[in-house]
Design a protein around this ligand. Structure first.
Ligand code: ASP
Ligand code: MG
Length: 425
C-alpha cells in the first residue's frame, strides 16, 4: 500500500535551469513512492501564451514571440541536459504542435475554446523537462498527462470539476503507476466529456494539487512557494509581516476570499472537507517549517491586512418604496446569481443597497440592465478593498487614511473593510 503525497511547484520555482536543479534536490530528499508532483508552466510562460493567443485571434503575426518562448525553453534545457538529448526534439515537437494550433482558424470560432486548447502547453512542456531531468539524474519517475485524470465540464477558461469521474480515473490510472514510481503531472488542465482540453482558471495549479490530493486520499498536499509560508500581510508592503505556523482551514479560506494571493481560493475547500492538511513551504529554504493549514479551530488573534483590487461597486436605490423590507434583497440575489456575479460584499440600509462584486468584462450598461426596472443604478469601477482582521486601533487609523477616497466601510469587532478608489500614480 502506498501513501500518496502531493507536491505543487509554481512557475517561479522552475523559471530557469538553476531553479529546476534546486527543485530536483528538494524533491530527491523527500523521494517516496506515492509522490505526485503537480507542476505549472515555467516562469511567465502562461502570460506569454496568452499574448500569443491574443495576437493569433487578432490575426496578427506572432512568429517572433513564439520563437522567443521556444528559445527560453531551449536555454532552460541547455542548462540541464547535454546536447543531442531527446528532450530537445520533444520540446521542438511541442512547439510545432503549438504553432499549428495557433494557425488553425476553425479553432478560433469560440475564443474561450481556442484559449483552452493552447494555454496548457506551458505545463505540458515544463513537466516533460522536469520528469526527464529527474530520471536523468537518478530518480526514475513517470510523466502523466493530467487530462487523463482531471475530468471537467465544458465551461471554457474556468471548467468545473467532475469529482466522481476524476476520483475514478485517479484510482484506475494513477494509483497503479504510483505503486511503481513517483509521477510528474501538470497543474491547470483537464478534459471535458468530449475529450477537449479544459482549464481551471489562472493560477489553477494549486487547485489541481488539491483535486489530486483528495482523489488519492493523500496524507498531505504541499505547495512550494518563494515565501516562507502564509504571512499576515504582503511582505512587499509590510516588512515586519509575521508568518503563521498554523492556520485553520476556515481562516485560510477567508483570507483568500479577502484577496490574499498565496493560494488559489478553490484549493482550501476540498482539502478541508476531507481533512487533508495543506503545507505552504519555501522552496528557497525547504527545511524551514512553513505554514500548516488544517483543522485547528480558532487561530491566534493576530492582525491581518489584505488588499484586493479590480472591484466594482453597484449602488442600488429602490424606485418603489413599498418594496423596502426584504423583497429587494431577494431580487438582488436572484439577479446576481443569474448574471454570475461574484459578490464580495453587500451593505444595506433602508432603500439603498451597495453591492461590491469582482469586476467582470462587461460594460456598465450590461451590468446595470437587470436591475434598472426595480432600482436606480449607479456603478463605480476599478475600486480596491482593504481588509483588516483582528484590527488594532493603530491599524484602523492607518488604513482609514490609505482608503482616503472611501465609498463604503464595514465594521465588526473582528473585521474592518473599506472599499475605496485607489490613488492614481
Ligand atoms: N500556469 C498557470 C497560470 O500561470 C496555472 C498556474 O500557474 O497555477 O495561471
Ligand atoms: Mg503560474
Amino acid at each position: 500500500m502506498i501513501q500518496p503525497l502531493v507536491f505543487k511547484f509554481g512557475g517561479a520555482s522552475i523559471k530557469d535551469a538553476a531553479s529546476i536543479i534546486n527543485i530536483a534536490q528538494l524533491v530527491k530528499k523527500r523521494w517516496t513512492n506515492g509522490l505526485v508532483l503537480v507542476v505549472s508552466a515555467a516562469g511567465n510562460t502562461t502570460d506569454r501564451l496568452e499574448q500569443l493567443i491574443e495576437l493569433s485571434l487578432e490575426n496578427k503575426r506572432f512568429d517572433r514571440q513564439l520563437l522567443e518562448l521556444l528559445t527560453y525553453h531551449e536555454d532552460l534545457c541547455r542548462g540541464l541536459f547535454s546536447p543531442g538529448h531527446a528532450i530537445f526534439s520533444r520540446v521542438d515537437n511541442h512547439f510545432a504542435q503549438l504553432h499549428r494550433l495557433l494557425e488553425t482558424p476553425s479553432l478560433k470560432t469560440e475564443e474561450g475554446f481556442f484559449y483552452d486548447q493552447i494555454i496548457g502547453y506551458g505545463e505540458l512542456i515544463s513537466t516533460r523537462i522536469l520528469q526527464e531531468y529527474l530520471c536523468e539524474t537518478g530518480n526514475p519517475c513517470i510523466w502523466q498527462d493530467a487530462r487523463e485524470l482531471v475530468r471537467t465540464d465544458s465551461t471554457t477558461r474556468m471548467a468545473r470539476v467532475d469529482w466522481a469521474l476524476t476520483m475514478q480515473h485517479c484510482r484506475r490510472i494513477l494509483i497503479p503507476k504510483l505503486e511503481k514510481f513517483p509521477v510528474v503531472t501538470q497543474g491547470f488542465i483537464g478534459t471535458d466529456l468530449l475529450g477537449n482540453t479544459t482549464t481551471l482558471g489562472r493560477e489553477g495549479s494549486d487547485f489541481t494539487a488539491a483535486i489530486l490530493g483528495v482523489s488519492l486520499g493523500a496524507s498531505a498536499v504541499t505547495i512550494w512557494k518563494d515565501v516562507a509560508g502564509i504571512l499576515n500581510g504582503d511582505p512587499d508592503i509590510f516588512p515586519d509581516a509575521v508568518k503563521f505556523d498554523y492556520l485553520d482551514f476556515e481562516e485560510a479560506a477567508e483570507m483568500t476570499y479577502y484577496g490574499a494571493k498565496v493560494i488559489h481560493p478553490k484549493t482550501i475547500k476540498p482539502l478541508a472537507k476531507h481533512g487533508i492538511p495543506l503545507y505552504v513551504k519555501s522552496f528557497v529554504n525547504p527545511e524551514m517549517a512553513g505554514t500548516v493549514i488544517g483543522s485547528f479551530g480558532q487561530a491566534p488573534r493576530i492582525p491581518i491586512t489584505i488588499f484586493k483590487s479590480n472591484l466594482t461597486m453597484i449602488n442600488l436605490r429602490i424606485r418603489d418604496l413599498s418594496m423596502v423590507g426584504g423583497f429587494h434583497f431577494e431580487f438582488v440575489y436572484e439577479a446576481a446569481k443569474k448574471a454570475n456575479w461574484r459578490i464580495q460584499l453587500i451593505q444595506a440600509s433602508g432603500a439603498h443597497l451597495q453591492v461590491v462584486i469582482q469586476d467582470m468584462p462587461l460594460s456598465e450598461e450590461q451590468l446595470a440592465r437587470p436591475f434598472r426596472e426595480v432600482f436606480h443604478v449607479q456603478i463605480r469601477r476599478q475600486l480596491q478593498m482593504v481588509t483588516v482582521k483582528n484590527p488594532t486601533e493603530a491599524a484602523v487609523k492607518h488604513y482609514r487614511q490609505v482608503a482616503e477616497k472611501c465609498f463604503l466601510e464595514q465594521k465588526t469587532p473582528e473585521l474592518v473593510q473599506w472599499i475605496y478608489e485607489p490613488e492614481t500614480p
